[in-house]
Design a protein around this ligand. Sequence first.
Ligand code: GLY
Length: 386
Amino acid sequence: MSRTTDTSDVLIIGGGIIGLVTAWRAAQRGFATAVVDPDPGGGAAQVAAGMLAAVTELHYGEQTLLGLNLASARRYPDFATELTDLTGHDLGYRRCGTLAVALDADDRAHLRELHALQRESGLESEWLSGRECRKLEPMLAPGVRGGLRVDGDHQIDPRRLTAALMAACERAGVVFHRVWAEHLDVVRGRAAGVTTTDGTALAAGQVVLAAGSLSGRLSGVPDDVLPPVRPVKGQVLRLTVPERYAPFLSRTVRAVVRGSQVYLVPRENGELVVGATSEELGWDTTVTAGGVYELLRDAHELVPGITELPLTETRAGLRPGSPDNAPLLGPTELPGLLLATGHFRNGVLLTPVTGDAMAHVLATGELPDEARPFTPKRFALSEQPA
Ligand code: GLY
């Protein structure tokens, strides 16, 4: 027998950055809001590097996603100021820019194609020779063959962002249930809340499933509504730049080395984040010798001096991958159940726009224009006969 101990207007399943920003914005709109998560503030954001890389992470076929990424990047300055003013937390938002470099002829050709796509898409990026790249970042390897300077791709510290969102939620009166949601409760064809692993029924007018890579596993969600989200493992390293080496890098430096992405994200506090592997290994979050080796090998090819730095942390997280690499936002075919998941490589970048879009749809029933292409119903519709 379950017992109902709490009723809210909006219940968010998942207390990662997407769940937290949704909860905060919903509470600001006057909804009595609750979050169910055994460890709110945990999740993939504790591992992520925090690049706000709408331009350097542009891919062919993802121009619709680019629109949402850019909309969110534009909101970041005000979003960060609002959160800092409210909570006193500095988010480590750094308008440092990004330099994407090439180490060999193949990488150079790949980067030239990216540059052409950026220009076709109306984005600002500047092609630099190897010498110009090294002038900007003297720690780069002598073999760098050229690069793209993107001053508009910034960074934030996702751990600080999470702490600020937790504080903002607490101030806004969001209730935290520190327990797993075991089962979605459906009453007369409508999502009505969840039952938790301790047998408590949490009732709600609207339920938002925002559980990152776990979103596709909640029991009680009808099969045709369950989001097609899968875990994509990323291993990430953290190093420390001692004072005597500062400034080691002045902006994010990244490259594709033998087909794998590697990036180095320097924080103002001396932390240097090196990421990331991309592995389809289910729920495995083991940090492997191979993963660490490959990241260090590729990062060392880019910036040989990193081998001098203390290695302070190794960690793996799970990105919530979706079939088209874009998030699923808004109402599902099950009345009362909404999704905010599937953000894949862009969860940190998409946090501001996701919070705004989810608050809007919770209040009005409609997604705002910029979020409409990301309705979860796009997957259901693609399976309809022609
Ligand atoms: N956006 C960087 C990553 O997912 O590795």
